[in-house]
Write a protein that binds this ligand. Structure first.
Ligand SMILES: [Zn+2]
Length: 149
């Protein structure tokens, strides 16, 4: 069973909250709430909760299921999840990796994972321990203290 997956157009401006983004991606895939529930194996009520903003973050395994159902990388959902308190290290690392890769690939209109404001991104040239040239992605938020490390 193979299915051709339509990639997200690079011009897509993804919605800034998990609720809006899940709905946006679901619409993009032409799925109903019921379809998405079936694909992700979530109860319909849970999809509704996520899309209405009642649930604003997912466990790693749930995120994977939902991302798979929407044909996106889990990081696409992770970057707009919000939770009270600080996320654990693994989550932060995944987010940093996602941002780093996006910056190196030329993304410039990334949003701050803390406040949703525009990140100022740049690529800095440097050298690794063996003296080989490498590129470091840099980003900081123009509104809150977020810095990509
Ligand atoms: Zn910010």
């Amino acid at each position: 069973m193979t299915k051709q997956i339509k990639p997200l157009p690079s011009t897509t401006h993804l919605a800034p909250t998990l609720a809006q983004r899940v709905q946006q991606l679901r619409d993009f895939r032409n799925l109903t709430v019921k379809d998405l529930a079936k694909l992700s194996r979530f109860p319909i009520a849970r999809i509704e909760d996520i899309e209405s903003g009642l649930e604003s973050w997912l466990s790693a395994s749930d995120r994977q299921l939902l991302a798979k159902a929407l044909c996106v990388e889990p990081a696409i959902l992770l970057e707009v999840e919000t939770r009270t308190g600080l996320g654990d290290n693994q989550e932060k690392q995944a987010l940093a990796q996602y941002l780093s890769r996006a910056i190196l690939e030329g993304a410039r209109d990334l949003q701050c994972p803390n406040c949703g404001h525009t990140l100022r991104c740049s690529i800095q040239a440097g050298f690794d321990l063996e003296g080989k040239p490498i590129r470091f992605p840099k980003a900081f938020c123009t509104k809150c203290p977020f810095v990509l490390r």
